[in-house]
Ligand binder design. Structure first.
Ligand code: SAM
Ligand code: MD0
Ligand code: SF4
Length: 350
């Protein structure tokens, strides 16, 4: 379909999506099969058009705080899985409070509190709820939590203390692949935790990985799986092999690029938040992701050298270029700008 379209036809394809046209599985297959630079440029053009219709040139900025890198799980793709013998850290409440003080007025729309499934917090989840309280009291900003599969009672308490968003990525809706990735973890529990949060007033983020053995069919299944649960934010991240993990030497030869999937996600989820994560290719990569239809920059790090990303394209590099000032500077060069807080809260519906 899109291959032969000229500009006016691409424009009217974008219009159709905005008017509510829904892609079929065959449409998804066709779009995910695009390969040539020219075809992909057409896809990004339509995705940008749809994104601009809802968000104009405005971009949201999410601050990433990975406050504990301890984890009891063994995800095959993750550097922080419990079998990997690495240095770990856990910030104290006091340290997080100080960090919040330094973040006042920095320009973030939301703070993402992320941890591994750290037994310190899983044994006594009120400790986690207390962190949410501290961050809310200090900054008053919307809070995303990414704590893994937390129990329902704790999710409700965290919601009460001001958590607005739950990020919990299924990684894939292809169950065979899921078992290989999230080793020993229940597919249903993960799904149901996200559903429960959504039913109880959270916005939710779902996500998938690419370059990890997914093919076109499993990617279609995953996009449909995410759609069925009506997420507020949907992401795709390229798998980056991590030293010391079972998938350390895994190399994928598929052409299912993150950029192509971001654009397809924009057509499937026109009004959703779609991240341009700095975790995979930094600020240069952010530009490409925004040009493919993303509208929220994630994995922007606070000015504290102890903090980590997750996939960490820049692990071991001398300098990290993931601060909000550099992001905003580059947005301006692109002709984009940070949205207002009011615009973000409208998206959240709060
Ligand atoms: N521990 C919590 C959990 O797993 O839900 C919170 C951390 S979660 C936000 C970390 C996410 O980063 C994973 O769900 C996965 O999508 C992504 N990720 C982890 N390792 C990665 C890697 N090597 N390459 C790309 N993405 C990765
Ligand atoms: C990111 N490193 O946005 C972060 C992380 C967790 N909610 C997000 C995967 O890329
Ligand atoms: Fe732990 Fe999350 Fe990494 Fe899995 S992805 S090992 S749950 S930190």
């Amino acid at each position: 379909m899109i291959q032969k379209m000229v500009t006016e036809e691409l424009d009217s394809f974008g219009e159709k999506i905005i008017e509510g046209f829904e892609l079929s599985d065959d449409d998804l297959r066709a779009l995910l099969s695009l390969e040539s630079k020219e075809e992909l440029e057409k896809l990004y053009y339509v995705a940008q058009k749809v994104r601009n219709h809802y968000f104009g040139n405005r971009v949201f900025l999410n601050c990433f705080i990975y406050f504990s890198t301890y984890c009891k799980n063994q995800c095959a793709f993750c550097y922080y899985n419990c079998k990997n013998e690495i240095n770990r850290y856990r910030l104290t409440g006091e340290e997080i409070k100080d960090m919040c003080k330094a973040l006042k007025g920095a320009g973030f729309h939301m703070i993402d509190l992320t941890m591994g499934e750290d037994p310190y917090y899983y044994d006594d989840p009120d400790r986690f709820v207390d962190l949410v309280r501290i961050v809310k009291e200090e900054l008053g900003l919307p809070i995303m939590i990414s704590p893994g599969v937390m129990d329902r009672d704790t999710l409700l308490k965290a919601r009460e203390k001001g958590a607005n968003f739950l990020a919990l990525y299924q990684e894939t809706y292809d169950r065979k692949l899921y078992e290989k990735l999230r080793v020993g973890q229940s597919f249903e529990r993960r799904l149901n935790t996200r559903r429960f949060a959504k039913q109880h007033g959270y916005c939710v983020e779902d996500g998938i990985l690419t370059g990890i053995g997914n093919n076109i069919e499993s990617t279609v299944i995953s996009i449909r799986g995410m759609k069925a649960n009506n997420p507020n934010m949907v992401r795709v991240m390229t798998f980056l092999p991590q030293e010391g993990t079972p998938l350390e030497d895994f190399r994928d030869s598929s052409t299912l690029s993150e950029l192509k999937i971001i654009a397809v996600l924009r057509l499937m989820f026109p009004k959703c938040l779609i991240p341009a994560s700095l975790d995979l290719e930094g600020i240069d990569g952010m530009v490409h992701r925004l040009n493919a239809g993303a509208n929220i920059v994630t994995s922007i790090l606070p000015p504290d050298p102890r903090l980590e990303g997750v996939a960490n394209y820049d692990r071991g590099m001398e300098e990290r270029d993931r601060d909000i000032t550099s992001v905003v500077k580059r947005l301006k060069i692109m002709g984009m700008e940070p949205a207002s807080q009011a615009e973000f809260e409208k998206v959240l519906g709060c």
